[in-house]
Design a protein around this ligand. Structure first.
Ligand SMILES: [Zn+2]
Length: 293
């Protein structure tokens, strides 16, 4: 009886909220969680993470994050959300985009990004997870599979399901809960992200180079946070390469190409490493901006 009731409730939810079509990739996905609730969860999680982390004091880098982020989100179907971009002073190699348009970047990932286009590859991918509503998809799956979550009562203050919710939103690593997106969500975020990157005027070939740089990093007992949820394997890199012809077509037609944008490599300068308290107010040498191919 209960099962029947549950099935009927879920069927009703499916009718009310139902199937959505993801942007760019145009796959259909079942989402049983209202968008407003998803946005509210994203905002709560962002507030928590922001309270826990220290904001970077490097205004110049903050401006770069903001610039790259804004160029990307304007190309999405959710450009009118209240997008916010924060750079955290942390060696963590990670970045995330939460529902509702809340984006966090940790300084530690910038050397791997190497330049604005590398950052656009990371943010394009993360923003794609948010715009394709992968977090809500995962919570909906939990609803269907285990009934662990009830759509009407998904709250971060619900201690029992807190880890599940944060994991589903893609920020579990920050709380010691590793819940990587599945292969399907990952390749979809790659596909959408590379297109956003090209639409924003960044050279999409840098996405391949970014993942190659990440995959060449040592994977010790504790791989970098981003790598633990985003395996940079050969298949991923090969799949992104197959997306390049379409992305290059968009990029080549762009009237205002950014190329690779500004280089971040000055972050690695010795002075900054010797002075971890400071966040490197040094400006890069003249000519650090990389040529537009
Ligand atoms: Zn991902």
């Amino acid at each position: 009886m209960l099962k029947k009731y549950l099935a009927a409730t879920l069927a009703l939810c499916a009718l009310v909220y139902g199937c959505v079509t993801t942007p760019v990739s145009e796959n259909s996905a079942l989402i049983l969680i209202p968008f407003s609730q998803e946005v509210s969860l994203g905002q709560q999680a962002f507030q928590e993470i922001s309270a826990k982390e220290t904001l970077s004091t490097n205004l110049r880098l903050q401006q770069v994050i903001e610039r790259v982020g804004r160029r990307l989100v304007i190309e999405t179907s959710m450009a009118d959300l209240d997008w916010e971009f924060k750079l955290f002073a942390s060696k963590q190699m990670n970045a995330f985009a939460l529902p509702g348009g809340k984006v966090g970047v940790y300084e530690g990932i910038l050397p791997v990004c190497s330049n604005e286009a590398g950052l656009a590859a990371v943010l394009g991918h993360e923003i794609a997870h948010a715009v394709a509503r992968h977090g809500a998809q995962r919570m909906s799956q939990q609803l269907l599979i285990t009934g662990a979550l009830a759509a009407s009562s998904i709250r971060l203050s619900d201690h029992k399901n807190r880890g599940l919710i944060l994991g589903a939103l893609g920020v579990g690593a920050q709380y010691g809960v590793t819940l990587p997106f599945g292969r399907g969500n990952e390749s979809e975020a790659d596909e959408i992200g590379v297109i956003y990157m090209a639409r924003a005027g960044y050279d999409p070939r840098e996405a391949v180079r970014f993942w190659q740089r990440f995959s060449s990093m040592k994977q010790g007992a504790q791989p970098p946070e981003f790598l633990s949820t985003h395996p940079a394997d050969e298949r991923r890199i090969r799949d992104i390469e197959t997306l390049l012809p379409e992305a290059m077509r968009i990029y080549n037609a762009h009237p205002n190409k950014q190329g690779l944008g500004e280089s971040f490599l000055y972050i690695l300068n010795e002075e900054r490493l010797k002075n971890p308290g400071g966040t490197g107010q040094k400006r890069p040498a003249a000519g650090a901006r990389q040529p537009v191919p």
